[in-house]
Design a binder for this molecule. Structure first.
Ligand code: GRF
Length: 210
């Protein structure tokens, strides 16, 4: 399975996917890393690893025109699955439908709690005891779509948004490759807008969080 990874910034989740794909038995390869921000640090990192990269700025064009360029780059690279990894643009229904069930995202909360931005500060403000991250298929409403996998982290006394973010990010780097493997192996089909994971396919470590 050929991946197109969409980023906007530092790209640490992209790096985790690249690293996972470097294992001989991993069922996916990175065909293209692309960003809407030519200055994204992750682009330089990927280029340094010899991975094909593209920067397509969204500035000065409407949302769909930009997405048509992103889509053309993905198609040109022979991409089968698009992985959003810190891609900070809201996608239009056109793009989402074009890549329906071939477009996944990682979000730093336990969806459906805390969609949108500033998830860690909002989790702390609510006083939740558990927080975490979600990998899901993308649908047009922001941070909605069939859930593939989630990982939890405890909220600790004295946590700040930064300390909580660090803990969640570590979980993200573990979770995204696990979820990607399920998708690439055909073990995360969408059935009636829910993901059906075959019994035993989720690693034991995700079944007993904490
Ligand atoms: C991650 O927390 C991701 O879940 C969110 O934005 C952050 C991106 O970090 N959407 P990175 O660019 O992958 O390092």
């Amino acid at each position: 399975m050929r991946l197109g990874i969409q980023i906007s910034g530092r790209g640490s989740n992209m790096q985790a996917l690249v690293q996972a794909c470097s294992a001989a038995d991993f069922p996916a390869e990175v065909a293209l890393v692309l960003s809407n921000d030519p200055g994204a640090a992750g682009l330089a990192w990927a280029a340094g690893k010899g991975i094909a990269t593209a920067a397509i700025s969204h500035k000065g064009m409407d949302r769909e025109a930009h997405e048509r360029l992103m889509d053309a780059a993905l198609v040109e690279a022979g991409v089968d699955l698009v992985c959003n990894a810190g891609y900070m643009r809201v996608l239009t229904p056109w793009f989402v439908e074009k890549w329906r069930d071939r477009l996944i995202n990682i979000h730093p909360s336990l969806l459906p709690s805390f969609p949108g931005l500033n998830t860690h500060a909002r989790a702390l403000a609510e006083g939740v005891r558990w927080h975490g991250c979600t990998v899901h298929y993308v649908r047009a409403p922001v941070d909605e779509g069939p859930i593939i996998a989630q990982a939890t982290v405890p909220v600790a006394a004295g946590d700040t948004p930064e300390t909580l973010s660090d803990r969640v990010l570590t979980a993200e780097h573990r979770l995204y490759p696990i979820a990607l493997r399920l998708v690439a192996e055909g073990k995360a089909p969408v059935v009636n807008e829910r993901v059906e994971i075959p019994a035993g396919a989720l690693p034991e470590s995700l079944c007993h969080p904490g």
